[in-house]
Design a protein. Structure first.
Length: 412
């Protein structure tokens, strides 16, 4: 073991070089650098040990995960959360994200976001924030990768149509619950269990605790900090890329954005002499930095006030710990309002959404009258006693936009 003074380190990192794992810890425990030969420990155990040195005590540590529904032997190389991430990346529902609309129809233009590129942007933000807050990057990344799996084709229009259809059968559609259903039941990767058999912390991260707690005033505990920060990363990602896509598509205009406090603040941080396209990218980049900085500072302030010592302290805290300052909340509310009123409901977008809604409804009604048109695996679910509307919902929710547009032409 090698002792290096604290001031030599700005932050925490670990590097594997020539089979030796170098672990640098500036804040955890002694503040010394620990060097250990990776041959001495299995790789997973070495990473878990590193987590215990590097991560905050209130972060989710892979070694103390609540585990999987179906017991599996731990992987020799990867922690539980790293294994979960790999399972998600290799599953079919994840690949289908590239064919699903975020806001613009997925095939409308090469540079517009789809659910997969959105998901990657969320994961990038979540990992960065997690690292800086000494939270579990792997867990934050994995929750990000699964957070939108349950979305229907055609974006929010698809979700509205599906909700309307299920209401007629006494149910409703909620994409977070559908994401959970995909990873717990619908994906099949192993003969040993249904779904992906992900760790409890990933599945729990798919429940929108924040909405449950602070909007419906239930007494359900908070989500982990990793889950909380994915929620916020999701919001930062979609607000900024919707501005970017909206400007590109001519739905949003610079003079309208110029009336927003947050946009003005981002403009002040950005050099003025750039050509317009570069300038817009730079302002959006500044906007993301402003949001992350505020989120980081307020989250640190709340953590320092609450002084949590465990994940349970976070779960039982009276407030979410990953949050904006009240000032930023207010400015962000204005931006959200702008995006909803000037963007999501613009005629061009609504034109696209009508097509999505009618496609989903036609498919649903046709399959309900003629369920023999369902693929074999879904017919098997029907035979096993699953309700018809649920099976049809599962099939349609999994479709990409193009698959739905092709499928609707082939049905009775
Ligand atoms: Mg999202």
């Amino acid at each position: 073991m090698l002792a290096i003074p604290d001031e030599h380190f700005i932050d925490l990192q670990f590097v594997i070089c020539n089979s030796v794992l170098f672990i640098c810890s500036s804040r955890a425990n002694s503040g010394k650098i620990h060097v250990m030969d990776s041959d001495l420990l299995a790789q997973r155990e070495a990473i878990e040990k590193n987590e215990s040195l590097v991560l905050a005590p209130y972060a989710c540590h892979a070694a103390t995960s609540k585990g999987r529904e179906y017991t599996e032997k731990p992987d020799a190389q990867r922690t539980a959360f790293q294994r979960d991430r790999d399972r998600v990346i290799h599953c079919r529902a994840y690949r289908r994200l590239r064919g699903k609309t975020q806001v613009f129809v997925a095939h409308h233009g090469d540079h517009y976001r789809n659910r997969m590129t959105h998901t990657m942007e969320v994961a990038q933000l979540a990992r960065d924030i997690a690292r800086n807050l000494r939270l579990n990057e792997d867990l934050a990344e994995t929750i990000s990768l699964v957070h939108d799996l349950g979305h229907t084709p055609f974006g929010h229009a698809g979700e509205e149509a599906m909700n309307e259809l299920l209401h007629r059968h006494g149910g409703y559609f909620e994409h977070n619950l559908q994401s959970r259903r995909i990873v717990e039941k619908l994906e099949t990767k192993s003969p040993d269990f249904p779904g992906l058999n992900l760790s409890w912390e990933i599945r729990d991260g798919l429940i929108k605790h924040r909405n449950l707690n602070y909007e419906t005033k239930t007494d359900q505990p908070n989500g982990s900090l990793e889950a909380q920060l994915v929620d916020m990363s999701d919001q930062i990602a979609y607000q900024n890329h919707d501005i970017d896509d909206g400007l590109r598509g001519g739905i949003v205009h610079l003079d309208e954005l110029g009336k927003l406090d947050l946009w003005q603040e981002a403009c002040r941080m950005t050099p003025h002499f750039l050509p317009e396209k570069l300038w817009v990218s730079a302002v959006i980049s500044s906007l993301i930095k402003i949001m992350i900085r505020d989120l980081f500072d307020e989250s640190i302030r709340r953590l320092e006030t609450l002084t949590p010592r465990s994940v349970n302290d976070i779960r039982n805290a009276p407030l979410p710990m990953i949050a904006y300052t009240p000032d930023m909340e207010q400015k962000n509310f204005a931006l959200r309002h702008f995006l909803y009123s000037k963007f999501y409901h613009q005629a061009e977008i609504i034109g696209q959404t009508d097509l999505g809604k009618s496609t989903i409804k036609k498919i649903f009604f046709s399959l309900f009258d003629h369920p023999e048109q369902l693929p074999e695996n879904f017919r098997t679910m029907l035979e096993a006693g699953e309700k018809k509307e649920i099976v049809i919902k599962d099939f349609i929710a999994g479709m990409t936009d193009n698959f739905a547009l092709d499928f609707v032409k082939s049905i009775r």
